[in-house]
Design a protein around this ligand. Structure first.
Ligand code: ZN
Length: 461
């Protein structure tokens, strides 16, 4: 057999196996062989990895595309930015901006549009905010191949207007109903944004009334308890309903404690954190651009989150990528949009702050950034590992490369990065999606329209 491509001289980081010196053979977009050396193997093209690390392509389980009604543009520019960061599969949270209570009849067209534009592969989470949408979950699962559904504990009532989410029926009653409904569709999973919006709205009123402003105030309006109380409640409601639950973006040490105490009771409980919660405190001199929900916390929270990753209490790292512009961040902290881009810097932050500072190992990185998200969202073993038969989605990493973050290099349509000016050590230098080189030495070499919607393994059976 003549291979399409042979990667030689790499240090493979194989989830659950460890570091393996070797070569990877690729044909038809799949991994067809893993060899100790290149002797006797013929291939159309050979690429020398020069002893750098070869990771399974990252799965970013948490991105937001489509803001300003620019879904098509985002599937192109933001998947390029993702590939820049070593990501080979993104999972956007989809909601219909124009018709938030609609029934998602547009999903087949959306998939076709996204496949015509994306550089990387993708799956989808679907936001459910009405009982009518909930009643259609089975159809979304069987007809559209969607296995993961998102719910907001924040962004309801008065707060829903801040992101144009009118008609959101979410309250504890709705959530418990929703969890019970999904429990009846084996293979589905609920994702939750857990923040207690009643506590937050009352504090916003108080601090706004006192004339306060600034990033620190945003954090003070959303204290740790407004997150961990909701994390506890969401886990309990889902657990009692028998519904698998994925708690997005943990940011507090108490949330990690709640997950730890409930994980043995409720088996199908998964949690995520994001790079910014692992690096910045609420005192960071970043201003409005770093406004995000949940907000930045304190240094004790940062250390607890790293420990949570190391201990296996936190299962994944997602970017919560949202490609806003600087102009969306102007005015008082109350007026600025919440969120910022993060796909392209996600791996570099974790390599720099985590691996190079000896908080976690490279083996842990591939577990929480590739293997676990692929497993949780039913993309494994097609995605999330390096083994014969899997897609040849790979990310080559230079762990000793130091580079200053410049948002211009990150290929997002966004015109800033909260990581701008930081020197990070450890960067992805090549990204390959199904055997095709998409990013090489920081440049995009692939083309839009290579990306595919990845059916979940459950749908394929
Ligand atoms: Zn998000």
């Amino acid at each position: 057999m003549v291979l399409d491509l042979l990667l030689t001289n790499g240090v493979l980081v194989i989830p659950k196996t460890g570091l393996v010196q070797g070569c990877i053979g690729i044909k038809g977009g799949k991994i067809v062989g893993i060899y100790a050396g290149p002797a006797g193997i013929s291939a159309i093209e050979k690429v020398d990895i020069r002893q750098r690390y070869v990771l399974p392509g990252l799965v970013d389980p948490h991105v937001h595309y489509g803001y300003r009604d620019n879904l098509k543009g985002h599937f192109q520019s933001e998947t390029a930015s993702a590939a820049r960061g070593g990501i080979t599969t993104v999972i956007p949270f989809y909601r219909d901006i124009k018709n938030p209570t609609g029934l998602y009849e547009n999903i087949p067209a959306l998939k076709a549009m996204a496949e015509a534009n994306a550089y990387t592969d993708f799956s989808l989470h679907l936001l459910l905010i009405t009982r009518e949408q909930l009643m259609n979950a089975k159809r979304y699962f069987f007809d559209y191949g969607i296995t993961s559904f998102k719910f907001y504990m924040a962004y309801k009532g008065e707060d829903s207007k801040s992101i144009g989410l009118t008609g959101n029926e979410t309250d504890d009653g709705f959530l418990f109903e929703a969890f019970a409904s999904l429990a009846d569709i084996p293979g589905t999973l609920a994702c939750i944004h857990a923040e207690n919006i009643e506590i937050i709205l009352s504090l916003i009123k108080k601090y706004k009334g006192q004339g306060k402003d600034g990033l620190r105030t945003w954090s003070d309006c959303r204290p740790n308890i407004s997150e961990w109380e909701s994390v506890h409640r969401a886990i309990t409601l889902a657990g009692e309903a028998g519904c698998p639950l994925y708690v997005a973006h943990l940011s507090t040490r108490e949330s990690v404690r709640e997950v730890k105490s409930l994980k043995s009771k409720y088996r199908n409980l998964f949690s995520e954190t994001c790079p910014h919660y692992l690096l910045f405190t609420k005192h960071a001199p970043l201003g409005n651009i770093a406004k995000v929900n949940p907000p930045l916390r304190g240094s004790k929270d940062i250390e607890a989150l790293w420990k949570g990753i190391a201990d296996g209490m936190i299962d994944t790292i997602g970017s919560d990528h949202c490609p806003f512009l600087k102009e969306d961040k102007e005015g008082q902290i109350w007026d600025a949009s919440a969120g910022f881009p993060g796909s392209a810097t996600m791996l570099a932050v974790i390599l720099s702050e985590g691996v190079n500072k000896k908080r976690i190992s490279l083996e842990k990185v591939v577990e929480v950034m590739s293997y676990n998200p692929a497993k949780i969202f039913n993309l494994f073993p097609r995605k999330g590992t390096i083994q014969v038969g899997s897609d040849a989605d790979l990310c080559i990493v230079d762990l000793s490369l130091s580079k200053k973050v410049r948002h211009e290099d990150l290929l997002s349509c966004s015109d800033f990065s909260v990581f701008d000016g930081l020197t990070l050590k450890g960067w992805p230098v090549m990204t390959m999606v199904r055997g095709k080189m998409v990013m090489r030495e920081g440049e995009i070499v692939g083309s839009p329209g290579h990306g595919l919607f990845i059916e979940s393994e459950i749908q394929r059976q």
